[in-house]
Design a protein around this ligand. Structure first.
Ligand code: KIV
Ligand code: ZN
Length: 389
């Protein structure tokens, strides 16, 4: 049986840019969009066209440049926003308008100052307006994670009738737990009578560190689009990270029975580009793209990896764009990692005694330094050899 495809919707250029301090220029956004196209993301959310003249221009330039991914602009459920989004997307080979309105009691009462019936009417009107301007329309129930499911069923049924083809269920404040969120997606798909006419999408924030887990739980329960960002960039604690979603789906494909079309070897280059442009460093222990994600420090692990990489690696570093895995040399390293690194440097030992002496000196040095580099090793061998002359 073939796996279902999960659409990867990248919002680095829109929600990612909502990270305080991550604003990008138009040219920087176009460079990232090109990298996302090489990564083969299905949809690039290029910005929020009404937000500023600069954002309008960025969406337009990306729409002019990108040919293989759908280019999307966000818009509130307001006529002027939808017009601006449609205008900016005119040059797109494939364009999408993504319109949203909040459906939670808290947001409707305190932010929108609207009744649920007014929200419903506005949602329908904006999807109809958007559909008159473009074929591909996505609708989001903002703060779905805290919305009433009966009300969401009414809104979703109506906006699908009005022409929305993607229904996005955002956990806007990162409040959901994986089992609850997955269950909510399953219920929506089951209870909305015309749910088969739309793709259900998820958009999870990371306030409790659960954005990726919630997204995967939604996929298990029928969601077929995941909204995410490179390096998990995004408002407050960020969004679900694209690289983690994609590699979880790929690594556990047999259990999840879904796949993505992502060119995974382009993950690390894209991560670096986004980090360089935004100035947001990637933490060393970040899954997939952190400098230590494929590094082994302990002697036991290094010995295992030298015998068979699968002992301590569930993915290949090369598959996500690293040159190779890395055995770091430090005080926890064992003899086999030390010898192997020496051989890579072209250093062979005259006999077992010379190796033992060099290894003992290495251990003494490693107690003083957190990481031992190739220069340290060269110097150490010269010392051993000159003291034995
Ligand atoms: O988090 C959110 O609810 C959003 C919507 C605009 C989709 O970013
Ligand atoms: Zn968001």
């Amino acid at each position: 049986m073939s796996n279902d495809q999960v659409i990867i919707f990248d919002t680095t250029l829109r929600d990612g840019e909502q990270s305080p301090g991550a604003a990008m220029t138009k040219d920087e956004k176009v460079r990232i969009a090109k990298s996302l196209e090489m990564l083969k993301v299905d949809v690039i959310e290029a910005g929020f066209a009404i937000a500023s003249p600069g954002d309008f221009d960025a969406v337009k330039s990306i729409a002019e440049t990108i040919k293989d991914s759908t280019v999307c602009s966000l818009s509130r459920a307001l006529p002027k926003d939808i017009d601006a989004a449609a205008q900016a997307l005119k040059p797109a080979a494939q364009g999408r308008i993504h319109t949203f309105i909040a459906t939670s009691p808290l947001h409707m009462k305190h932010k929108l100052c609207m009744t649920p019936d007014q929200v419903l009417e506005q949602a329908i009107a904006s999807v109809k307006q958007a559909r008159n301007l473009i074929d591909d329309v996505e609708f989001s129930c903002e703060d779905a994670g805290r919305s009433d499911i009966d009300f969401m069923c009414r809104v979703i049924e109506a906006v699908i009738d009005a022409g929305a083809r993607t229904i996005n269920i955002p956990d806007t404040v990162g409040y959901a737990l994986p089992h609850q969120y997955g269950n909510m997606i399953a219920q929506l798909i089951e209870r909305v009578p015309n749910s088969d006419k739309a793709i259900f999408s998820v958009h999870c924030h990371n306030d409790l560190g659960l954005a990726v887990a919630n997204s995967l739980s939604a996929v298990v329960n029928g969601a077929r689009q995941v909204e995410c960002t490179i390096n998990g960039l995004g408002e407050r604690a960020g969004n679900a990270s694209l690289e983690e979603i994609v590699m979880a789906i790929r690594t556990r494909q047999d259990d999840l029975n879904v796949e993505t079309g992502i060119n995974t070897q382009h993950i690390v280059p894209t991560s670096r580009l986004v980090s360089g442009i935004t100035g947001f460093p990637v933490q060393p222990n970040k899954a997939i793209v952190g400098a230590n994600a494929f590094a082994h420090e302990s002697g036991i692990h290094q010995d295992g990896v030298l015998k068979n990489r699968e002992t301590y690696e569930i993915m290949k570093a090369e598959d996500v764009g690293w040159n190779t895995n890395r055995l770091t040399l430090g005080k926890l390293s064992g003899r086999s990692a030390f010898k192997s690194r020496m051989e890579e440097l072209g250093i062979t030992f005259a006999d077992r005694d010379e190796l033992t002496e060099a290894f003992n000196r290495f251990k003494i040095l490693a107690d003083k330094k957190s990481e031992i580099f190739d220069d340290d090793l060269q110097a150490l061998v010269s010392d051993v050899r000159s003291s034995n002359e």
